[in-house]
Write a protein that binds this ligand. Structure first.
Ligand code: UDP
Length: 192
């Protein structure tokens, strides 16, 4: 994809449909990819914090998760076509993973929230294989990485909030040839 820089972050110039098609392709090829769906908070944090900016820059795909970013791109004269949010992307990928027999790992949120989120996902995508899950209040990060390594998921959805989820993904993404995506508060939304 062509990329458009808004406030120092490079966004992919793609519709949600084009983006999903690319991820399906990457997943079928067992590629290791990192997705950041960047909202204005993430963009502003990256601007203020060089260490975080470097981590965000490691993403293979950064999408615009906020109307302000779309508007900004228009003002700069390189329009991004539409928002691509973490929550919607996650639901679309869960549905695709169910159809294609891909395994997913859910990481993050409070222990009771992740449990409810897992039940909701199982209810909504009954044939989907959830190969593992873990709440986001662990003490041993390395052990969580090893758990993901053992599970060998095709998708890892990390709902640790930012910037924790981006740091986790950047540090541990080599343990599995998966699509790794930060999904912020999405498990709380799923759990209701
Ligand atoms: N979270 C987590 N571990 C942490 C901090 C946060 O799993 O150490 C989870 C939190 O329970 C929530 C999600 O990350 O489900 C998003 O948190 P928050 O609303 O603080 O961040 P944001 O949505 O702004 O990224």
């Amino acid at each position: 994809f062509a990329e458009v820089s808004v406030l120092g972050v490079d966004f992919i110039q793609a519709s949600a449909a084009e983006f999903l098609e690319q991820i399906h392709h990457d997943s079928c090829e067992h590629q290791n990819k990192m997705i950041v769906t960047a909202n204005p908070e993430i963009v502003l944090t990256a601007r203020a914090d060089a260490k975080y900016a470097k981590i965000v820059a490691q993403a293979d795909y950064t999408t615009a998760d906020g109307i302000g970013i779309i508007k900004g791109s228009q003002i700069l004269g390189h329009s991004l076509p539409e928002r691509i949010t973490g929550y919607d992307t996650m639901l679309a990928l869960l549905s695709w993973a169910e159809k294609k027999h891909k395994k997913v790992f859910l990481l993050g949120a409070k222990p009771e929230v992740i449990k409810t989120a897992v039940s909701k996902v199982q209810e909504q995508y009954p044939k989907l294989e959830i190969c593992g899950f873990q709440d986001g209040y662990y003490t041993d990060e390395e052990q969580v990485a090893q758990q993901i390594k053992a599970a060998q998921p095709d998708f890892v959805f990390a709902a640790l909030g930012f910037p924790k989820q981006e740091y986790f993904i950047a540090a541990h993404r080599q343990v599995a040839a998966a699509i790794w995506m930060g999904v912020g508060g999405s498990f709380d939304v799923l759990a209701g």
